[in-house]
Design a protein around this ligand. Structure first.
Ligand SMILES: [Zn+2]
Ligand SMILES: [Zn+2]
Length: 150
């Protein structure tokens, strides 16, 4: 993401937290900034390494607490299959999303398809199962990598 877009996303996150009476502390803000700046989903240990480089000694719990906060406020999503995080640019609207992840370069695209969400919810209902959370991650090749493979 370009630095101007990152600045804008950070400002919006700040406003969102303020409206919810939550505090985007400097560490939480910096973690979000690192996730926004990463070209691909970024894991907790890469975040920890970056923060330690800037702020000196600092334990994994600090990063995990910041990530928990960002997840709770839907500012980031966790990509379960790679245990890494991506920023969400639609944090003000509750949504379930699906992800397309490139096997080659790791590029990850968030999509929001209500039909998929509804379909899985209904399939659960039919079985007396209550779906609380959906994890849908498609793997394959992104347009750029497909072009490079041709
Ligand atoms: Zn999202
Ligand atoms: Zn790719």
């Amino acid at each position: 993401m370009r630095s101007r877009d990152i600045e804008r996303a950070l400002r919006r996150a700040q406003q969102l937290c303020a409206a919810r009476g939550a505090r985007l502390t400097p560490v939480r803000r910096r973690v979000l900034e690192l996730i926004l700046a990463a070209a691909q989903p970024i894991g907790a240990y890469a975040l920890l390494a970056a923060l330690q480089g800037e702020r000196g000694k600092l334990g994994p719990p600090t990063v995990y607490r910041a990530l928990d906060f960002l997840l709770a406020h839907k500012l980031v999503h966790k990509i379960e299959s790679v245990s890494a995080f991506v920023a969400c640019d639609d944090a003000d609207h509750p949504h379930q999303s699906q992800f397309m992840i490139c096997d080659d370069c790791g590029a990850t695209e968030e999509i929001q398809d209500e039909a998929i969400v509804e379909s899985l919810r209904r399939l659960g209902e039919d079985r007396g199962f209550s779906v609380a959370r959906q994890v849908i991650e498609a793997r394959g090749l992104c347009p750029a990598c497909r072009a490079a493979h041709r």
